[in-house]
Write a protein that binds this ligand. Structure first.
Ligand code: SF4
Ligand code: SF4
Length: 356
């Protein structure tokens, strides 16, 4: 069926307008793919035609210059066709096999890391962090840089039992894919916001500020023409700070990172899984977060040594049992790992969806 040609500003343009001609021509008839090297794969169509993919890591926060450079490389070697994956890898889609080598040479020359395909880590997806978002409890891009420097070999050459997806979210709003990644970091606040009373009365609307709190912890403080926060009801979500910047939640002494593990999106071999808490808190230690890097490294090493071929992190943990997972990784099992109904009932801190 012919697609309507009109252009509007409503919604994204039709993705079919951006497919490389060889994909359009063989649409729905792609049979299988082969991984040729850590950063190159080829897809075969029923007609015998092929398309090659060359994957590189991106720095995630991209300058205009980097985007222009990527676009220029795509123009030169693959008719301008490239795509960004959900993990922010950049994939050049090459229809002419003769272009494969020169493309890789130029990417190497320009210091792009080629890899991330097959049983290894791909680019680490992360959220905005201190660079951009006001409620961030950590610097997502700095943390990911520290991790990626440590694990770069697992992107370019070294193999793991299966693919390992890493993610970082810089607060519990969790714009990143933390709940469904093999190993992920989620930054957390641990103190109720501090109210700057002088500014509240000049800057914030009290009704919307009070209504922003999912646990009903904020109430009017008429003596100060401001609001007060009941610490016992606060779950440190930062929602109020989004509405009223005078409720300062960022705290250099108490903000940091929790680590979760075992999530996955795919339904191959086992159902999709949510990640579970493995490390409740590590204090922010910029610029290189050595404690976080060491903890993630421990989990990755234990997985690489103990998992069977094709087992994802979550499948490996379920096979050996969580008790053994904590024993071999040396991670401490603490009361924060126990999500029981008593805590929820007595503190109301574990859900944003209850009613008083
Ligand atoms: S995860 Fe939180 S702090 Fe990070 S970008 Fe999203 S809302 Fe902002
Ligand atoms: S629960 Fe969230 S919205 Fe309510 S006071 Fe605490 S940080 Fe603010």
């Amino acid at each position: 069926m012919d697609l309507p040609k009109r252009k509007t500003d409503i919604g994204p343009p039709n993705y079919r307008d951006f497919l490389p001609p060889v994909i359009s021509k063989n649409y729905g008839d792609w049979k299988y793919h082969e991984v040729l090297s850590p950063g190159v794969m080829v897809h075969h169509a029923g007609s015998g035609e092929k398309i090659w993919t060359v994957r590189v890591a991106s720095p995630r926060l991209l300058s205009t210059d980097t985007v222009r450079e990527l676009a220029d490389i795509a123009d030169k070697y693959c008719g301008g066709y490239l795509r960004f994956t959900t993990r922010n890898n950049v994939e050049f889609l090459v229809s002419d096999e003769a272009m494969l080598c020169p493309l890789q040479l130029e990417l190497n020359d320009k210091k792009y890391m080629i890899g991330g395909i097959g049983p290894r880590i791909s680019n680490i997806v992360h959220t905005q962090g201190w660079v951009h978002c006001h409620s961030a409890a950590t610097d997502a891009s700095g943390l990911v840089k520290a991790l990626m420097d440590e694990f770069a070999d697992y992107f370019t050459t070294k193999e793991l039992p299966n693919k390992v997806r890493l993610a970082v979210a810089c607060c519990t709003n969790m714009c990143g894919a933390v709940h469904c990644s093999d190993i992920a970091l989620v930054a957390i606040h641990r103190k109720a916001p501090k109210v700057n009373h002088d500014s509240v009365k000049n800057t914030c609307e009290l009704p919307s500020t009070i209504a922003a709190c999912p646990t009903g912890a904020i109430s009017p403080d008429s003596s100060k023409k401001s609001v007060k926060i009941n610490d016992d009801k606060c779950m440190y979500c930062g929602n109020c700070f989004t509405v009223c910047s005078c409720l300062e939640i960022n705290n250099p002494d108490f903000d940091g990172v929790a680590i979760v593990a075992g999530g996955k999106v795919g339904s191959l071999r086992s159902d999709p899984k949510f990640s579970r808490l493995v490390v409740p808190f590590i204090k922010n230690n910029p610029p290189r977060w050595p404690e976080v890097v060491e903890a993630v490294s421990n989990i990755l090493d234990a997985y690489a040594a103990g998992a069977k071929k094709h087992e994802r992190v979550g499948e490996w943990i379920e096979r050996i049992g969580w008790e053994k997972f904590f024993r071999i990784t040396g991670l401490k099992f603490t009361y924060q790992h126990i999500d029981d109904f008593t805590i929820a009932r007595e503190t109301f801190r574990t859900s944003a969806a209850f009613k008083w």
